[in-house]
Design a protein around this ligand. Structure first.
Ligand SMILES: [Zn+2]
Length: 158
């Protein structure tokens, strides 16, 4: 807590103090603070009630646009591991649900559906320690496709 304009305000330190980081830091980091009835964590920050996973994303990667969604790669709503979070649009959110149910469709499309920035993101997530299986699920492509991208056997020009 810090005093700002005479008011007690939560700091970034207060935020991470409420997070349970497991021994294997690639696992889910659970939010131990206040949790809303629909499962998302929340904390007052900057004079506003904020979603915990959005704050985790901002503290790690920088400010996000109000309209952007911070989505989970894992299905754990109160997880705030920045590696499990990614930025998306409402369209991605819907697409996620579709991919969850019909992985095969994504695989049949193969690599052609990936955009250049997605290929870069895949390599970034892999270097950040996310498993190829999790990345494959996020992008709706096969694990072998991810493996080829990570090892520059495919999309080597990017
Ligand atoms: Zn997680």
């Amino acid at each position: 807590m810090k005093l700002i304009d005479g008011k007690k305000r939560n700091t970034e330190e207060d935020f991470w103090g409420k997070v349970l980081i497991p021994d294997d830091s690639n696992g889910c980091w659970l939010w131990l603070g206040y949790t809303l009835s629909h499962g998302y964590g929340t904390m007052r920050y900057g004079g506003k009630n904020r979603r915990a996973h959005r704050l985790a994303y901002e503290f790690t990667y920088g400010q996000i646009k109000q309209a952007a969604l911070v989505l989970h790669l894992c299905a754990v709503k109160n997880c705030v591991n920045p590696l499990h979070l990614y930025l998306g649009t409402p369209h991605d959110n819907a697409q996620d649900s579709i991919n969850d149910g019909t992985m095969a469709r994504g695989i049949s499309h193969g690599l052609t559906k990936l955009k250049n920035n997605e290929v870069r993101e895949i390599r970034l997530l892999a270097s950040g320690g996310l498993s190829q299986r999790q990345i494959a699920k996020k992008f709706g492509v096969s694990k072998s496709s991810i493996c080829k991208i990570v090892h520059y056997e495919n999309w080597g020009h990017i």
